[in-house]
Design a protein around this ligand. Structure first.
Ligand code: SAM
Length: 338
């Protein structure tokens, strides 16, 4: 079935599903060291509820789903959700965004359940720096997770790097060289600003409004990489997400740039987001949302739920407003990396 379009004629075929609000890292641009207040388990959609919403979305023409935010692999038996989603007629692409720490343990069973591909967030290749950015000394686990994902046939495996001036911008060349020497698919992501309710801790760069001093534009990263060789435009390796792709001549790996701040990609936005507590968000970066959980738990008919999904699609704004600094943390949590 043809996928639905929003009022700006953008085809919407992609559902990002937040499977949990829990995370096993505390990245400095994302969470305070103590974490955030967590939802009671009963507020979080069950796998059956997520599958029910996805199934109705698929009947409307959604064909791709991504599991993300906080850290999907901390939710027990994620493979059961993947298996449920893989059985839904019309869903032909199931992907995952993860910090990779638990990937070595789960990659094979997720692949077997129907997961196609994975994005792994990795902001530094240096143990100390990785620990400083994520507040956990887990670089080895992530690297093992990456290898396990490749070994079991998840393809492609993309690496997401949030570039921060004075923190990890000196490593962009090292990451890019891995696209040449090891065929990695690396995507450099611009640091997004956000508003949060909790005051930022002394070591956090989360919580600032507007362009943070650590912000580095995608263009600046690209300029920097010129010293390594000519970057030729490349077709996306999978999916039709927001990254612009390049490769160094004659190499199999790719370098992608995701620039939500300097060059928004709203004109090609094809997404809806389902939060862990069952809210449907028309835009990943605005606070507008509609509750599905209560409707599901009150026995809403399929038609009713489908109407809400169509309503959310029709409510998609023309563009996000993160540069206005009015977007909450919750929204930014699942924006990129997809
Ligand atoms: N836990 C999973 C992970 O680490 O990939 C999924 C959730 S994480 C919030 C999704 C992606 O958003 C990651 O690639 C992360 O680096 C990115 N991200 C989070 N906050 C960001 C920010 N302020 N600016 C840019 N990217 C951000």
């Amino acid at each position: 079935m043809a996928c639905p379009s929003d009022t700006f004629n953008r085809p919407i075929n992609y559902l990002r599903i937040s499977v949990t609000d829990r995370c096993n890292l505390r990245c400095i641009y994302c969470l305070p060291p103590e974490g955030i207040s967590l939802l009671p388990q009963s507020d979080i959609l069950s796998y059956e509820e997520i599958a029910a919403v996805t199934s109705l979305a698929a009947e409307l023409g959604i064909n791709k789903v991504r599991l993300t935010v906080g850290e999907p692999l901390v939710r027990a038996r994620l493979k059961d959700l993947v298996a449920l989603l893989a059985r839904i007629k019309g869903i032909d692409d199931i992907s995952l965004t993860t910090n990779g720490i638990l990937l070595e343990q789960y990659a094979a069973e997720l692949k077997q359940a129907g997961l196609k591909r994975v994005n792994v967030s990795l902001d530094s290749l240096c143990r100390d720096k990785f620990a400083r950015i994520t507040r956990h000394d887990k670089l080895d686990a992530v690297l093992k997770g990456l290898e396990a994902a490749k070994a079991c046939g998840l393809n492609p495996v993309k690496v997401n790097v949030v570039v921060m001036r004075g923190i990890n911008d000196d490593e962009v060349g090292d990451f890019a060289r891995l696209t040449i020497s090891a065929g990695w698919h690396v995507r450099f992501i611009e640091l997004m600003p956000f508003v949060r309710d909790n005051p930022p801790d002394g070591h956090s760069i989360a919580g600032k409004v507007g362009l943070h001093p650590a912000f580095v534009s995608a263009n600046e990263v690209k300029e920097h990489l010129r010293s390594l060789g000519t970057l030729e435009p490349s077709l996306p390796i999978a999916g039709n997400g927001p990254a612009r792709y390049f490769r160094f001549s004659g190499t199999s790996g790719t370098v992608g740039f995701i620039s939500p701040v300097s060059q928004h990609f709203c004109f090609s936005c094809n997404r809806l987001r389902l939060t862990a507590e069952g809210k449907l968000c028309p835009c990943l970066l605005s606070d507008r949302e509609v509750d599905l959980r209560q409707r599901l738990r009150n026995g809403a008919s399929s038609l009713e739920v489908k109407k809400v999904i169509v309503g959310a699609i029709r409510a998609k704004p023309r563009k996000h407003r993160i540069n206005g600094g009015n977007t909450s943390k919750k929204r930014l949590m699942s924006q990129v990396g997809g």
